[in-house]
Ligand binder design. Structure first.
Ligand code: NAD
Length: 478
């Protein structure tokens, strides 16, 4: 679906995120014909450079981050023509008039704040002061949105000074992933799952986001945050909300976000024995966390596993186990919903019984897998076995499935469309921090040290115990 013509300003347009994600994503939308002719992308950053230099910078980014088969010279050239650049220091006065002169009044105006959050207030203020943004403009802000409830509240207040909540798009790129949106389609467009989607039929849920990369390169940033702040408070929380929320009455921004907020508010505090924090140490030829973070005394967790309980009618008694970590065995993100056993078995077979599991794979190979029991084929009598009903989007949807847009491109197009459904609302972010704050404060007060785990494994041993104690086990990371 095409969107309206737009002027998109990327503050931090020469930064790492712009180079790797935002600009290549916009190019792919341009290639797909979704970006209307005459739309413009304006880089704005402290770096002194002119329009030509910015175009060269973007051309290089496309060379590096867009597949060769998608870089037709003529299309790239047309895309680059729509680019402009203004050198601006967010805290200074220079450059703003030039930017104001470039912006058109008759198109959608969007401002992507791809800079440190400390600059959000300055930019919002200048946009207002120089008459660059108005009541129809949109602003996009990146994570981290605060590091606790206080700082998130302050950021919200700073933005609210000049922008209405309906103009603010807080990105959580997990919500832009195809499979994550499919989660809502699977839940709410089928009759099959929803009747079973509760504590009566669901034994437990596992949410895993496993990464193979370490923190090298951004170690000093990460060391001040850790897995809880960097991953759980936002990405895993969003996934949890989409699984646990009540059906919204419409697929509309506030209807969806109201339901997510209710889930966050229903989360129980987490007891220390339901938390395992880990930190990778050197292994399989990879350096340890302390070297990566350049902080030999660091107690920051690069891994965390939690048992989370939701105190509401639907979920009371069904635990949600969350885990995420760096330098693990494989890169894999998935949500696995394990159902309870049937109430009574009519078969004599005692072994080989397995519960139904619905696995939603976010990466790699996005898709859905439902494990069901069937009779083992052959004349051996009534022997039961479990088989997967497996669907990979790439295979099921053919060419269309192979061309799934990246999360960033989809979300930026949503900004231009003015659709906030897949963006976090201010109260949601604050509520998520309100849940994580006391958990973090408690382990800091106790002076807990994270448990070591070898790089390239599936995390600390203690994390296994978290489920063993409940008679359950983690799915393998592979
Ligand atoms: P970066 O350090 O690579 O780039 C920062 C950009 O901001 C540069 O273009 C720089 O010129 C500009 N800038 C810095 N100070 C400025 C000032 N005073 N006035 C105007 N421009 C200024 O950072 P990044 O990695 O691109 O990250 C940008 C934001 O996105 C950060 O808030 C970061 O936390 C967030 N983020 C980044 C990633 C990522 O993968 N890089 C992922 C998620 C979120």
């Amino acid at each position: 679906i095409p969107v309206d013509r737009f002027d998109l300003v990327i503050f931090g347009g020469t930064g790492d995120l712009a180079r790797r994600k935002i600009l290549p994503g916009l190019y792919r939308r341009f290639l797909a014909g979704q970006m209307p002719e005459g739309s413009r992308i304006i880089g704005a950053a402290r770096t002194e450079m002119d329009r030509e230099a910015f175009r060269n910078f973007v051309a290089e980014a496309l060379d590096e981050f867009v597949a060769p088969g998608k870089r037709e010279a003529a299309v790239v050239a047309r895309f680059l023509e729509g680019l402009d650049y203004v050198a601006i220091d967010a805290r200074g006065e220079g450059g703003w008039d030039a930017l104001a002169g470039l912006m058109r009044k008759d198109v959608v105006r969007a401002f992507y704040f791809s800079v440190a959050p400390a600059l959000f207030g300055d930019i919002a203020e200048r946009l207002h002061q120089f008459g660059i943004a108005d009541g129809d403009s949109r602003i996009v802000v990146e994570k981290p949105f605060g590091r606790d409830r206080d700082s998130a509240r302050k950021l919200n207040a700073v933005l609210a000074r000049h922008f209405d909540e309906t103009q603010i798009y807080r990105i959580d790129h997990y919500l832009g992933k195809e499979t994550v949106q499919n989660l809502m389609a699977v839940r709410f467009a089928n009759i099959l799952f929803e009747p079973l989607w509760n504590a009566q039929y669901v034994d437990h849920v596992q949410i895993t986001v496993a990464e193979t990369v370490g923190v090298g390169g951004r170690g000093s940033y990460y060391d001040k945050s850790g897995a809880m702040r960097d991953m759980v408070q936002n990405h895993l929380m969003q996934l949890l909300c989409l699984i646990a929320m009540e059906p919204p009455n419409r697929f509309e921004p506030d209807a969806v976000r109201d339901e997510k907020l209710k889930v966050i508010r229903a989360l129980d505090p987490v007891a220390p024995e339901h938390i395992v924090r880990g930190q990778y140490q050197a292994g399989q030829g990879q350096p340890g966390y302390l070297a990566d973070a350049e902080n030999p005394a660091s107690r920051t967790e690069s891994y965390i596993a939690l048992k989370v309980q939701i105190s509401n009618w639907r979920w009371k008694g069904t635990p949600f186990y969350l885990r995420t970590g760096k330098r693990l065995r494989a890169r894999a993100s998935e949500i696995a919903i394990t159902f309870k056993e049937p109430p009574h078995s009519i078969f004599e077979q005692e072994e080989g019984w397995k519960e139904n599991v619905l696995v939603i794979r976010l990466q790699p190979n996005e898709g859905i897998n439902l494990k069901v029991m069937i009779k083992e084929p052959g004349p051996g009598g009534m022997r039961l076995t479990q088989v997967p009903l497996d669907m990979s989007f790439a295979e099921a949807l053919g060419e269309e499935g192979a061309d799934i847009p990246d999360a960033y491109e989809r979300l930026i197009m949503d900004v231009i469309r003015g659709n906030q459904t897949l963006f976090m609302r201010g109260d949601e972010v604050e509520a998520a921090w309100a849940w994580t704050d006391p958990i973090i404060a408690a382990w800091e007060a106790r002076g807990d040290r994270p448990k070591p785990y070898d790089a390239g494994t599936s995390g600390p041993e203690d994390a296994l115990m978290l489920l063993h104690r409940d008679g359950r086990r983690w799915r393998e990371i592979r």
